[in-house]
Write a protein that binds this ligand. Structure first.
Ligand code: SF4
Length: 380
């Protein structure tokens, strides 16, 4: 029986690292998925893909990646675009802070480096929205720099290779995994492929639940597998309990147009448009709450009618049910030329329903608009 390595001190020998590098790269060469961002080493395209993939699944990212690069093919095109345009093209990917940071970073790259992305980890990390992981990924994939890039997949794979039984998210755990990732990439002659190979293994073989050890190219040197610990490493994260939240939205209609308000800076989904929305408290009067939100946000007095549609969506641990109500301005004259009126706390626009999606809507507003349009199509 080999001596068990203490849980706080897992190690990898140089021979083990050599064997993992060659086995994993050979497997990657033969098995890698054909993904659009793997057909280029253009630093700008690599950067866009890495930001998109942070919180978006590969399948959803593919179409957005194509559309984004078509609309903003260069750093300069992105840097000089209106933020509203960038948010519109980003719509559907969620986590809009990423799009705002991309836009700000493109402006910094244009100003500091003439539109060419810098090649060092430190310079990349100094740009808005680029942290340890993204700087390592861009530097290694686009510039061949032997820099580690540790995302959730890599974290899990390395924890298993080392049979690291501590918490990989703790300070000590992070340092241990980072040291191993750095040692591995340091000795590789294709750092970009190595970075992608590690992520690929984590995405398709060494998955969180039930890793496919039987087809894994590094099973013979994986300490978790050798000790039968692959399902226990890494330990599960404590999950925050889901919270049910009730919202009401006002679909204010006047002469065939809807009123939308722009989400304020520093809020979730900042810069996107939505139907004026109130978070409801138990026992509160829905119509009064909506009228008050519309008065404050849009500077308009409304009459609230019947429920129009109901939609559900989830933001992290919040399970939100939104009841959308038909509503009308009390005085039609006040709706005339109402967009952007001074008494409104938020920027407002009137849109023809069929054009609403062009405004850049929040996920909830997209669902409400879609349901209303489907309903009116089935009525005609
Ligand atoms: S042997 Fe299993 S646990 Fe180890 S890296 Fe491969 S898939 Fe993951």
């Amino acid at each position: 029986m080999p001596r068990a390595t203490p849980a706080h001190e897992p190690t990898a020998s140089p021979a083990e690292r050599r064997s993992r590098r060659s086995a994993l790269l050979a497997w990657y060469d033969a098995n890698k998925r054909d993904l659009p961002w793997r057909r280029t080493r253009d630093p700008y395209a690599v950067w866009i893909s890495e930001i998109m993939l942070q919180q978006t699944r590969v399948d959803s990212a593919k179409e957005h990646y194509r559309r984004f690069l078509e609309r903003f093919p260069t750093v300069r095109a992105l840097a000089t675009a209106d933020l509203a345009d960038v948010l519109r093209v980003w719509a559907g990917l969620g986590y809009y802070r990423r799009a705002r940071m991309l836009h700000a970073a493109a402006q910094a790259v244009l100003e500091r480096y003439g539109g060419k992305l810098p090649a060092t980890v430190d310079e990349l990390r100094a740009l808005p929205g680029i942290g340890d992981y993204t700087s390592g990924a861009i530097a290694s994939i686009a510039f061949g720099v032997p820099a580690p890039a540790i995302d959730g997949n890599v974290d899990r794979v390395l924890s298993r290779w080392l049979a690291f039984q501590g918490d990989p998210r703790s300070t000590a755990g992070r340092a241990r995994i980072r040291a191993e990732a750095a040692a591995l990439v340091e000795g590789v002659d294709r750092p970009g492929d190595w970075t992608q190979a590690l992520m690929e293994l984590g995405a398709v073989v060494c998955t969180p639940a039930r890793p496919s050890c039987l087809i894994c190219p590094v099973a013979s040197s994986c300490h978790a597998r050798l000790r039968g610990l692959e399902s226990e490493i890494p330990p599960p994260k404590a999950r925050r309990a889901a919270v049910a939240v009730e919202h009401a939205a006002a679909v204010i209609e006047d002469r065939g147009r809807w009123l939308l308000v722009k989400r304020p800076e520093e809020s979730v989904n900042a810069g996107l448009y939505e139907f004026p929305t109130a978070e409801l408290t138990e026992g509160g009067d829905v119509r009064r709450a909506l009228a008050s939100v519309v008065r404050e946000s849009a500077g308009l007095e409304i009459s609230v009618g019947e429920t129009a549609v109901e939609v559900r969506h989830t933001i992290t641990y919040r399970r939100i049910r939104v009841s959308a109500f038909h509503a009308k301005p009390r005085d039609r004259r006040t709706a005339d030329g109402h967009s952007g009126r001074a008494s409104a706390a938020l920027e407002t626009i009137w849109v023809v329903p069929s054009d609403a999606s062009k405004a850049g809507l929040t996920a909830a507003a997209r669902k409400i608009a879609g349901a209303l349009l489907r309903e009116s199509a089935s009525d005609t």
